[in-house]
Design a protein around this ligand. Structure first.
Ligand SMILES: Cc1ncc(COP(=O)(O)O)c(C=O)c1O
Length: 411
């Protein structure tokens, strides 16, 4: 039997980690173990200078000339092309714009129009709430059919289903869906497939093109590290672009925005999914983060992600046994993204106590403690140290202190 893993073994893994040098590119606060990159990624160091450059040089000096000279007008497309490899898309299939919610509204509306004879949208009751709400808002007279946790998709598919909207990685448990298999089943039923890749982009290789996905949406503020509220993206497969019509027909999606026509004429290609003036300042940190991503081998990223989550699971079960913790994430690494979810009925307090000790995770109702493992900047020793803190919090009962019961607006 192999000897139990020790901290020195983790340090050894860090010494041989090909991604280890990338940690220095992030401004991580001293004494913090950041396990919440699945919610908000940390600051890429280079982003400080890039933000300053956009403010002082492009806006300050360039003024309105920068719409042309600094490439502002094309940013949704040029950043989309740079992000495309992260989701396995072609450069002309992605635009970076708006929020995930708005992008879902656009692609869902477009997809429904591509299946005019069908009246049902399938999604999942455990999906991220904004997806459920947007489906409700965009679906109009269409029926919404929601899968329960663990229910087989086949039970919901019939010849009335126009579109299926699913999360690639479950935001609570971290369960990873088989994108190729699911998309193929949806297509066999004659429906279109929209993926929400918020929890997989930057966490593992996403292969929208190889899986024949129709549309996808995702954010850039989690594993992609684009900054709080950074612009989201959408993917529209090339084969749909010229027949897709979305209802937010703003001037940036017009074929000739500066013709100032009375009537709307959609732009060719993915540009027809744009709406209004792009948020130039908000793009700046994302550009720095993409400078990092464009140097990352995604298979290496996935290998380290699996190693980190597996290590955390093994250590948490070894060190925290007997304290009422339950593993909510799949044990098979092939079936999970880059996070581990642990259930405990006092999970909120435990997470608050951990944060006070510098180990930052988060909490989702009713009892889920989420720990994200972003391979670009986390070390194996961080995993070790985080589990020691978790064990101490549980064993000491410190989480019972009154201050950990106070709810903040954002959990
Ligand atoms: C799966 C998923 N979809 C969508 C969103 C949020 O959408 P938006 O960027 O519009 O706030 C989140 C946010 O955490 C999410 O986890």
């Amino acid at each position: 039997m192999a000897a139990p893993i020790e901290r020195s073994d983790c340090a050894e893994l860090d010494r041989h980690d090909p991604l280890a040098p990338l940690r220095a590119e992030f401004a991580l606060p001293e004494g913090t173990i950041y396990l919440d990159g699945n919610s908000l990624g940390p600051l890429p160091r280079a982003a400080r200078d890039r933000v300053r450059e956009v403010v002082d040089v492009e806006w300050g000096d360039g003024l309105i000339r920068s719409w042309n000279d600094a490439g502002w007008f094309d940013k949704p497309r040029t950043l989309g092309a740079r992000l495309a490899p992260l989701v396995g898309a072609e450069p002309d299939e992605v635009v970076v714009c708006d929020s995930t919610s708005i992008n879902l509204f656009k692609v869902l509306s477009a997809a429904l129009r591509l299946r005019p004879d069908r009246t049902t949208v399938v999604s999942e009751a455990g999906g991220f709430p904004t997806d459920l709400y947007i489906i409700e808002g965009a679906a109009g007279s269409h029926r919404r059919r929601l899968l329960d946790d663990g229910q087989d998709l086949g039970e919901a598919l019939d010849d009335d289903v126009a579109v299926v909207v699913l999360g690639h990685v479950d935001y609570r448990t971290g369960r990873l869906r088989d994108m190729a298999r699911v998309t193929e089943r949806v297509h066999r039923a004659g429906a279109l497939m929209i993926w929400d890749v918020c929890h997989s982009v930057g966490a593992l290789p996403v292969r929208l093109g190889d899986c024949d996905a129709d549309f996808a949406v995702g954010c850039t503020y989690k594993y992609v590290n684009g900054g709080p509220g950074s612009p989201a993206f959408l993917f529209a497969a090339r084969r749909h672009q010229d027949s897709a019509r979305q209802p937010l027909s703003g001037w940036h999606g017009h074929a000739d925005p500066f013709a100032f026509d009375v009537d709307y004429q959609p732009a060719p290609g993915v540009s027809r999914f744009l709406v209004g003036s792009p948020p130039i300042l908000a793009y700046a940190p994302l550009e720095s983060s993409l400078d990092i991503w464009n140097r990352v081998d995604l298979d290496r990223l996935r290998a380290k992600s699996v190693a980190l989550t597996s290590l955390f699971l093994e250590l948490a079960e070894r060190e925290c046994a007997g304290h009422g913790i339950e593993v909510a994430s799949p044990r098979d690494p092939e079936q999970r993204g880059s996070q581990i979810a642990l259930r405990h009925q006092e999970g909120y307090r435990i997470v608050r106590a951990l944060i006070e000790r510098g180990v930052i995770g988060d909490f989702r109702e009713p009892d889920v403690m989420r720990f994200g493992f972003a391979p670009l900047y986390l070390r194996y020793v961080d995993v070790w140290d985080a589990v020691q803190e978790l064990r101490d919090v549980l064993a000491s009962g410190v989480w019972q202190a009154d201050r950990f019961g106070v709810r903040s607006a954002v959990t």
